[in-house]
Design a protein around this ligand. Structure first.
Ligand SMILES: [Zn+2]
Length: 261
């Protein structure tokens, strides 16, 4: 199941499985006093599906960056939720020539308004870090998340932030960050949501959002260095036999083992 979860964003395990598909897994085995206690995380995996090879590697240590990445350092999971909340309706779209309902003059609307009842939970659309959490004039209680080097999202008019939210903290995709409100310039409860790529606002409803957030550049070199031995390990597993084999390659605590089909 862990394996299926890993590739579940790229492969439909019900419909896409083909004769001749192959997989390889490098995973932890947990030992205590020389006795095997069970299995732990998958450290690396390869899935050869319908002629296409997918690879995933576990990487930890970078603040907020724990998880699975492909060989290029791109996250395996889809980077962005489609919306940060369960909304009633889109009450105002991205519109650079919009008449502001309170200011009564043309003011670009560089985001999307999601109407929802007061107190509706607002969730981080992607893994990231809190870049700003506080009050800004028109936005009221506003939160800005940074996702890697290129992307950021903004959540405005919130009633309040979730407990423990503070600048610099890492957030996970789907994590509760606040509640819908009408602070700042708002006629009713809604979430004002903005999406920026390289600092430029894009329409989150129509923009082709990135599939995956790459690791920040500062972690990429370390990632490539750390996965190199696992890449060789995957390469070294033969899949020429049709019988299932299991090979424990080490017996230290939390040792990597590998299997191939
Ligand atoms: Zn708005």
């Amino acid at each position: 199941m862990q394996f299926a979860d890993l590739f579940g964003w790229d492969v439909d395990f019900v419909r896409d499985i083909k004769r001749g598909d192959q997989f390889k897994i490098v995973f932890e085995e947990i030992f205590k006093n020389g006795e095997k206690m069970g299995t732990g995380k998958i450290l690396a995996a390869e899935f050869f599906n319908d002629g296409k090879r997918h690879r995933a590697f576990y990487f930890s240590g970078a603040n907020g960056a724990d998880g699975y990445y492909n060989q290029f350092g791109e996250a395996m999971k889809k980077a962005f939720l489609l919306a940060p909340l369960n909304f009633t309706k889109v009450s105002s779209r991205f519109n650079l020539g919009r008449m502001h309902p309170i200011l009564n003059r043309i003011r670009a609307h560089k985001g999307v308004d999601y109407a929802a009842p007061m107190g509706t939970p607002v969730r981080a659309v992607a893994n990231g870090r809190i870049d700003f959490a506080g009050v800004q004039n028109g936005y009221g209680n506003v939160l800005v998340l940074k996702h890697g080097d290129r992307y950021s999202t903004l959540y405005g008019h919130m009633m309040k932030f979730a407990a423990g939210i503070s600048r610099g903290d890492a957030v996970k995709q789907g994590q509760l960050i606040g509640y819908v409100g009408k602070t700042g310039l708002a006629t009713g409860p809604h979430l004002h949501y903005e999406f920026r790529v390289d600092g430029v606002h894009v329409d989150p409803l129509t923009a082709k959002l990135p599939q995956a957030i790459p690791l920040e550049k500062k972690y990429l070199a370390e990632f490539l260095k750390r996965v190199a031995p696992t890449v060789s390990q995957l390469d070294g597993i033969s899949t020429d036999s049709s019988t299932h084999r299991e090979t424990a390659v080490s017996k230290n605590d939390s040792s990597p083992a590998s299997i191939a089909n």
